[in-house]
Design a binder for this molecule. Structure first.
Ligand code: GLY
Length: 378
């Protein structure tokens, strides 16, 4: 199946989904091929907005544009209501919605909304450990001073806000956080912790751990993929070579630990046996991360061939063995994603972020459309 035909089939599914979802937002399916829907209460609503913006940019279909701007209106209502904003995933939410709209049509109100979101994210900054706390209120006994690798994908909103406003504080905090992530989440063998705890009073490093992985010292594949992409984006904004090297190291580890079909199981350390769940979303994120990384590696870099080959193989496998191939009864693009196998939450289903990154990968490859993590105006 060629990539253009796959994109056309995703568009067909998305057009049906616009009707099916109405004003609600898909998150994951629960084994029946139907997305469970949310109302701006989770970390995931931006992915549907992002799918609509990408689909519009590719097709120029006004119906998709209309659906996309409606999602941004919904994000504005969420902001005005202060609803479910007390966590670090503000970057996922508002980069793919308000910032996306600004990138696509230069809408000033959307730019201001995305800047407002950056200010909300800044409230997660904790001065003693010098990190963005992922979850829970300041001083929280379990989550105070705790970071997670996923947060690297929230940082681009801050770098962009620094560019837009000239206020370097956004970028400085983002870079300190990225560097702490590099030093404490990434291990010497290039694997990663999902989360790390710092003492919230004195900032001392305490220990690594997991929330969604197999065990504390294991490597949760989606976390590793967030790291590949997040460090490559940190490099794009900072030009700090250490971030580029970290992205490369994580990418090499990821591809060297893939099973035969080049799509990741849910954790690199989970016993691989009959029935072990995959996480196709981890592989879709990994492909986008590697495509970003390849933008920054010079021609002649010894890893270019290996990384390009990893993109080709993973995409071929996702398309041929995981894509729903435009079956109108199925609402997702990619089968066999896993939200939290450890928490027994949708361990083998559609994940809206898997669909988003699958489409982003297709459009990066076909049209050089890179998604909405950084502005394209410059
Ligand atoms: N950022 C949450 C997840 O990847 O499940």
């Amino acid at each position: 199946m060629n990539r253009k035909s796959v994109i056309e089939q995703t568009l067909a599914i998305t057009r049906l989904n616009v009707e099916r979802f109405g004003k609600r937002f898909p998150i994951v399916s629960m084994g029946d091929g139907k997305y469970h829907l949310t109302d701006q209460t989770n970390w995931t609503e931006g992915f549907w907005s992002g799918i609509l913006w990408l689909s519009y940019e590719y097709s120029k279909d006004p119906a998709l544009y209309y659906a996309a701007i409606q999602t941004v209106d919904s994000f504005r209502e969420r902001m005005e209501a202060g609803q479910a904003l007390d966590h670090h995933d503000i970057g996922f939410l508002y980069s793919l919605s308000a910032k996306a709209r600004w990138i696509v049509d230069n809408d000033e109100a959307s730019r201001l909304l995305a800047l407002q979101a950056a200010d909300v994210l800044m409230k997660r900054w904790r001065s003693a450990p010098q990190v963005f706390q992922a979850w829970g209120p300041e001083g929280d006994a379990d989550n105070g001073g705790r970071i997670i690798i996923d947060c690297l994908m929230n940082l681009p909103l801050l770098y962009w806000a620094a560019e837009q406003t000239g206020d370097r504080r956004y970028a400085e905090c983002a870079t300190i956080h990225a560097d702490k992530s590099r030093r404490f989440l990434v291990r010497g063998d290039d694997s990663s912790y999902h989360t790390f705890y710092f003492d919230q009073e004195n900032g001392n490093a305490i220990r690594g751990g997991t929330a969604q992985g197999f065990q504390d010292g294991s490597t949760w594949t989606r976390g590793q993929a967030w790291g590949v992409y997040g460090f490559a984006l940190a490099y794009r904004y900072t030009r700090d070579e250490r971030f580029l090297e970290t992205s490369r190291r994580l990418a090499r580890y990821f591809l060297e630990h893939l099973p035969e079909d080049h799509v990741a199981y849910w954790d690199f350390d989970a016993p691989q046996e009959e029935g072990t769940a995959r996480d196709s979303s981890a592989s879709a994120i990994f492909v986008c991360g590697v495509l970003e990384l390849l933008e920054h590696l010079p021609e002649g870099d010894p890893d270019r061939a290996l990384l390009s080959d990893a993109v080709t193989r993973s995409m071929e496998s996702l398309i041929n063995s995981y894509f729903t191939a435009g079956n109108p009864d199925e609402e997702g693009f990619l089968r066999h994603g896993s939200y939290s196998v450890r928490g027994n939450s949708s361990p083998d289903d559609f994940m809206i972020w898997g669909d988003y990154f699958f489409l982003e990968a297709l459009l990066r490859l076909e049209q050089r459309l890179p998604g909405y993590w950084y502005g394209r105006q410059a």
